[in-house]
Ligand binder design. Structure first.
Ligand code: F6P
Length: 571
């Protein structure tokens, strides 16, 4: 427990200034743009390949100056330096927080902290690269066909079994990087303990060419271990019914050895499951589950896209880490975006934050961010155990554009709630297509898609006045319904293409935004005690759900009658 008591952000001068600005604040994006020709240029920043335009936010130079002051008064930069050096900033678990070490390049020139730095007696770089090399070697064997199933056939399908950070990261990156997946290889992801998940994901698979990766940091998660056992049964049964193995213990053991590998920090538990520790890839307690996508937890994706693309993915993270570490606060994008979130959450009372990727391959990015942001910053006590002094943790949500436009954008445009939104797009799609039968034959479909991206942020910022509506000849009674207030804040993130590096950059950007907000609020963004109670109760309640009368009788009246109804409905 090395962290000192957090600064109470509400006691800082900057906070008081911001509160007084927010009092009676009347944003005017139309006016601000009309009177300031340089606004867009001044508020557009670059981090590696990401061009990020903050100008359509409810931001003035005065607000920005105070937000930056708040970052200084809460020592965001100092705490980031402490994090990457391996200090135990995860206070409630007394752990270092070192996801940034997962992507430090092997050559190590100019690294901060220097290559070979030790944390709790561990040479972090050496261990990270030893594991990476092991994952790469295994991935190459699977990709080349050298690794075969128990009957000698090469692997065609990888099934990742994991949940939370051991699922959301890999599945999001696999989907984002689909164009980089080796032809003939498919990865499926089983996470839910609803038995339909494992049933559907194994449906139609050939057991002789299927490899299961059991991904669990703790190797103690109920869902993952249950699904792993179901998958093991499925494998044995399928191999037996196909006559591929005999019903002898040795064949079963061989089947597990050739069709199951694991990723975990608990290698003893991996061995107890029957997986050869040789076929297990480790990581460390200083990697939080939701920060683990670039650890061995991503093994399924390494197999799919290959080590070279994975290296590029890691280099994208590292580029953003370096930006976060070295860019002055005034140009530091994770800092600026984290500060904006604080401005909206604490001063303008926004409760949620939309993430709207205009890139279909990023369709799982909002779900991924939900865990990253909400499991990290949904906290009511600070790292010293005292209550938080202000609201924390926005509700992150979203869907890809343009789908969302036809679903929930109505509320963002005209609802009563403030919903800051991040729009994310790439200039070059993986599959550019033209619409030859369009009114204008040869229509570039991605250009049309991007026109929506630009139009939405413009509409949200500038709205449409009642006079503009009237000028279109709208009858007066409908004018209010057709007017748009504008001043709905958006951030536009633009990248050249959805490359492995860009995906790594995007993830690291949000990891560090989470860090900035958590630091200002004084919370431990790296624990997740709030998920424990439900897990414990599920284990306690399970006998009642299976009909144990005593356990049922001991429940509260609502839970008891719900379980009784369930038992009555069950065939
Ligand atoms: O229950 C929450 C959680 O602990 C997440 O933080 C984590 O990503 C997930 O469960 C899965 O945990 P594990 O990788 O240990 O199975």
């Amino acid at each position: 427990m090395t962290e000192s008591a957090p600064v109470d952000p509400t006691s800082t001068d900057a906070w008081k200034q911001l509160a007084s600005i927010a009092d009676g604040f009347s944003p005017d994006l139309r006016g601000w743009f009309a009177t300031d020709a340089e606004r867009a240029e001044r508020y557009t920043f670059q981090a590696a390949d990401l061009t990020i335009d903050l100008s359509k936010n409810l931001l003035t130079d005065e607000i920005l100056a105070q937000l930056l002051q708040l970052a200084r008064e809460t020592d965001v930069s100092g705490r980031f330096d402490a994090m990457i050096a391996g200090e135990h900033i995860n206070v409630t678990e007394d752990r270092a927080v070192l996801h940034t070490a997962l992507r430090r390049p092997k050559d190590g020139a100019g690294l901060v902290p220097p290559k070979g730095f030790e944390v709790d007696g561990q040479d972090v770089d050496a261990d990270v690269h030893a594991t990476l090399d092991k994952v790469y070697a295994f991935a190459e064997k699977v990709r080349s066909g050298e690794w075969t199933g128990v009957t000698g056939k090469p692997i065609k399908t990888v099934v990742n079994i994991g949940i939370g950070g051991s699922d959301l990261g890999p599945v999001m990156v696999y989907e984002a990087l689909k164009p980089y997946v080796k032809a003939g290889l498919e990865v499926r992801f089983v996470s839910n303990i609803d038995p339909t998940d494992v049933y559907e994901k194994t449906a139609g698979l050939d057991p002789e060419t299927t490899l299961f990766i059991v991904a669990s940091k703790t190797f103690g998660t109920l869902e993952t271990l249950t699904n792993a056992r179901l998958a093991r049964e499925w494998l044995w049964n399928q191999l037996l019914s196909a006559g591929a193995i005999d019903d002898v213990e040795a064949a079963r053991t061989d089947a597990v050895a050739k069709h199951f590998v694991a990723v975990s920090t608990a290698l003893d538990k991996v061995a107890a499951f029957g997986i050869d520790p040789e076929n297990a890839f480790g990581f460390w307690d200083w990697v939080g589950g939701r920060f683990s996508v670039d650890s061995a937890i991503g093994t399924s994706v390494v197999i799919a896209i290959g080590p070279d693309n994975w290296r590029e993915f890691l280099s994208g993270f590292h580029a953003l880490d370096e930006h976060m570490r070295t860019a002055p606060l005034e140009q530091n994008l994770p800092v600026l975006m984290g500060l904006l979130n604080v401005w909206y959450t604490n001063f303008l009372k926004a409760q949620s934050h939309a993430v709207l990727p205009y890139a279909q391959y990023l369709h799982r990015f909002p779900a991924y961010l939900q865990q990253l942001t909400m499991e990290s910053n949904g906290k009511s006590v600070r790292w010293d155990g005292s209550p938080v002094t202000t609201d924390t943790g926005e509700i992150f949500w979203g869907e890809p554009g343009t789908n969302g436009q036809h679903a929930f954008y109505q509320l963002i445009h005209q609802g009563t709630r403030l919903v800051p939104a991040d729009f994310i797009a790439v200039a070059n799609p993986a599959h550019p297509l033209t619409d030859e039968a369009a009114d204008k034959p040869g229509q570039d479909v991605h250009a049309l898609f991007m026109a929506n991206f630009f139009a939405q942020t413009k509409a949200l910022a500038f709205g449409k006045t009642a006079d503009e509506v009237r000028a279109e000849g709208t009858k007066e009674s409908v004018v209010p319904a057709r007017a748009f207030a504008g001043n709905r804040p958006t951030t536009s993130i633009l990248a050249p293409a959805l490359t492995p590096s860009v995906v790594g950059q995007l993830i690291a950007l949000y990891e560090h935004i989470v860090f900035v907000e958590g630091t200002i609020w004084g919370i431990d963004s790296f624990d997740q005690w709030g998920v424990e109670l439900g897990k414990q109760l599920a284990v306690q309640i399970a006998p009642a759900v299976e009909g144990d009368a005593d356990t049922l009788a001991s429940q509260d009246s609502s839970t008891k009658s719900l379980i009784a109804k369930y038992l009555e409905l069950r065939n």
